[in-house]
Design a protein around this ligand. Sequence first.
Ligand code: CTP
Ligand code: MG
Length: 234
Amino acid sequence: MERQFTSVIIPAAGQGRRMNSTINKQYLTLNEKPILAYTLDVFEKCSMINEIVLVINKDEFKICEHQVLKPYHYTKVQLVEGGDTRQQSVYAGLKAVNSKADIVMVHDGARPIIQESVIIKSIYETMEHQATVVGVPAKNTIKVINASGFVEYTPNRDYLIEIQTPQTFEHQLLRRAHENAIEEGVEGTDDAFLVERLRCPVKIVIGQYTNIKITTPEDLIIAESIIKRYEKKR
Ligand code: CTP
Ligand code: MG
């Protein structure tokens, strides 16, 4: 297959409110290394990734430089200032993506335990299907409720997937999806939703349960122990 120029946008410009920490969660450490450095390392080392567009808060350029970029030496990273919502941050990143990119991947800065094999699988699947999202089969029963807190119905678990990142798209498709959402004032919680609105099929890539998003304090304990286990195995 022809070599594709692939860019990854890493939104890391949130506030981390649910973490209840004084610093943005991406700069908290797991076994003494910042969360964001784990995330960047995987994409920096992956030979199929050509550029990394890292989206950060305006007032966090210094902390990012001192705690992540300088100590860990990245060659593919360029910095962009984020927006008020995740969607705005991704769009800010998208505007900075190299115009020759064929494929653009979006991956949360707060998901440090992403495996290179999942990134590679996502790129290959996107060459074939134009839009892919990583997810894992739901382990729990999920119920749809109404506004009064009563169960409306119980969807069949065989068809429920918990969605993670990376989410990967043909470059121009992702651009169209974001621009269309802006025009119509739509705000989604993930990028695939914007592509789904264009009635474009989105293929699931089965990933790993360990690819958690660091969201609340207990996630730090879980992530540290997963990382320690992975390091022992190597
Ligand atoms: N993000 C971003 N810009 C925003 C909001 C979120 O770049 N305006 C990023 C976060 O930094 C994170 C990813 O999107 O890496 C997923 O978002 P989430 O886990 O919700 O992070 P926060 O919004 O920072 O956390 P919270 O919702 O608890 O405030
Ligand atoms: Mg958020």
